[in-house]
Structure formats: structure tokens, C-alpha cells
Design a protein around this ligand. Sequence first.
Ligand SMILES: [Cu+2]
Length: 164
Amino acid sequence: MLNNIKKILFILVAFVSITATNAASHAHQNNHVNHQITITDPWIRSAPINAPALGLFMNISNNTNQEVRLISAHTKGYKRIELHRTIDSNGVMKMVKQAFMPIPAHAKLHLKPGSWHIMLIAPEQVPSEGEQVSVSLKFNDGSTQTIQVLVRKGGMMMQHHSMH
Ligand SMILES: [Cu+2]
């Protein structure tokens, strides 16, 4: 009898804590996620341990009526971090440092190899494949977003980055 009551109490406690957790995560979504600018599929291209620089890529969606600009990115353990765009200059692909990345109103900017990217330069330690790296992004509307970025293998066009 006592055992049964204990069992029932335990089930009740478990149920209440699951409900509380759901409520908390729901509140979190409503209060803190910036729906104006959304980041999807962020990744860092894995590189050899002696790599001088790493490329960071993602999709940035601007759900507002105005252009938004990514003005800087920050993460620990690099000498400097730059916003880059790879351009075709008379048939030669080269990376050009940019003051900002523009995301037009109601549009998406796709950061990808051979195009717009964030360059993590002179790592103290190159992160290994599968690692999650915390990166914060600063926009010209005054907002900042901290995202978790997965280190994974890159696809095509890997060669451009080895020229750094
Ligand atoms: Cu670059």
C-alpha cells in the first residue's frame, strides 16, 4: 500500500517536472529568440591542425522591411576575425575583406565556400571535426546573436582558403 502511494507520488513528480521544463523552453523561445534575423545551418569547415585560417558559413535570413548588416563576428581563440567575400578578379579567385555583410529586406544571404564567408584567422588551436563552437554575431540594428557552430567537412571549392 505504502509502496503504491510512493509510486504514484513519483509519477506525479516526474510529470510535473516534465511539464515545467516544457513551459520553460516555450517561454524561452517566445522571449529571447530574435525572429527578425534568423541563422540556419552554421558550420565551420574542418581543417588540418596547422591551418592558418578557417572558414565559417551559414544562412542569414532577414525577415524585416529594411536591409540588415552583419558588422562583426566574435569567438574565442583567434588572432582576428574578418568578413570576407571571394570574388572573381579576371579569372583569379581572391578573397576581399568587407566592412559588413548586407542582408536585403525579406531576403537571405548564403555564406558558403567561394562566396561570402567569415574568416577565422590564426587559430590558437584548430577545432576538430564534430566540435561545437560558440560564435556571436553583431548586427547594425544593435542586436547580437550567439550561435552554436558545428565543425564539419567542407564540400567543393576548398582550395581558395588555403591561400591565406
Ligand atoms: Cu577568407
